[in-house]
Design a protein around this ligand. Sequence first.
Ligand SMILES: [Zn+2]
Length: 479
Amino acid sequence: MKLTFWGAAQQVTGSMYLLELDEDYRILIDCGSDFESRNRRPELEDEKPFPTALFPFEASSVNLVLLTHAHIDHSGNIPNLYRDGFEGQILCTDSTFALASILLKDAAMLNQKRLNEFKNGNAKKGQNRGKKKDLPKDLYLEKQVKEALENFVPLAFNRRFRVADNCVVTFIHAGHLLGAAHIVVEVWENGIKKTIGFSGDIGRKGYPLLLDPGTLPPVDFLVCESTYGNRLHEKDIDPEAALADVIRRACVDIPGRLIIPSFSIGRTQALLFTLNKIYDNRNFPPIKVFADSPLALESSKVYQRNVRMLNREAREFNEENESLFDFENLIYLESTDASRAVSNHAEPCIIISSSGMVQGGRVEYHVAQNITNPYCTILMIGYCAEGTLGWRLLNGQSTLRIRGKEEKVLANIEKIDVFSGHGDRDDLVAFVQQQSPLHLKKVFLVHGEKSSMDAFKATLGSAGYQNIEIPEKGQSFEL
Ligand SMILES: [Zn+2]
């Protein structure tokens, strides 16, 4: 069989690996949006809004997709696969199906908006809107999302499931996000069994709400993410205490407003649950919390519905309080008008808004409104890709170009990493060390910046793992 790395190869986003079995059966593992290539404009300028060749293989030749988790850099291109001729099914866990539905519908809605702007721009001559090159080539609409969602097949965790005569797959808890899985693929060819483990994104132990990542059985080949392959999280920090400290500084001592850029799905629920506990335990003044995202509300409902899939602390808290997230001072903001209006809220408050990297979305507006406000604190809580506004804030730039204006950064910038959903270098090493270096034939490092992969490879090398590849995009390996 052959494994080809079509995405997240020497970069973070766009996870997509094609496993071709000898019996002419092709499995695609993840089919995510590639934000890094999309940002490399010169290569990608395409004059057609709907090009036919998005995938470097025939979409119709793929038999099955296995989806590790709902994040858009793993799931975001699935509707395009159908658009381009794929007719198979998507296997994932139940919660991944629920969260992917929210994310893909939202992406289609945003695409529709961009398409409308493009059409309007063309209709109104002389306006500098709607340039074709500004439309991404992976743009899909509601119809493709609907078709994709009709073909999702939810599977339980830890159950071996036969997908072909010679192939069995198993989904194992990966932490990271509700529903997220490591996937183990067992293949029998010429009387020999070979096993491949796909890490998906690896979570961390003790993360709010989520179960700890599970353990893989022995595998022959391991495809391992390496986002934090060269970094360590601060150890032994209690999320509740860390967040309460920041709130005290930002909203009580200054006192001002606290803006927390956060992805609506997953990280926002971890924040809201932690806030709920803070308000429950710590005699806090009634500072309002605005969860500024319709997606956050929908995903909170999915978490609430799937409380049995969460960790013990969350289940017990829910039992006692009859809810994970509802507390008196929490207000979800659904409409754009409500979101804009919150900028005029005079009292100290907390605004949680997406996206986490401060790239587009409602949070960009809040940050633009408050970047010159010394009474405002912006709390960064996760990884930001190079070049994003979040990355610039984290780098301590004294000025910031935002929404077309160069602004002085007068707001206070803080960061904590307890809410990052990715395991750090030690967690990644521990994941690989579940496998004996004597049995493991090869490790493929994916889903990381090259510098992180190089460092992680060196670390694994000194731990006794010698056969480590850092595949380039399009590189194939016979397994
Ligand atoms: Zn992820």
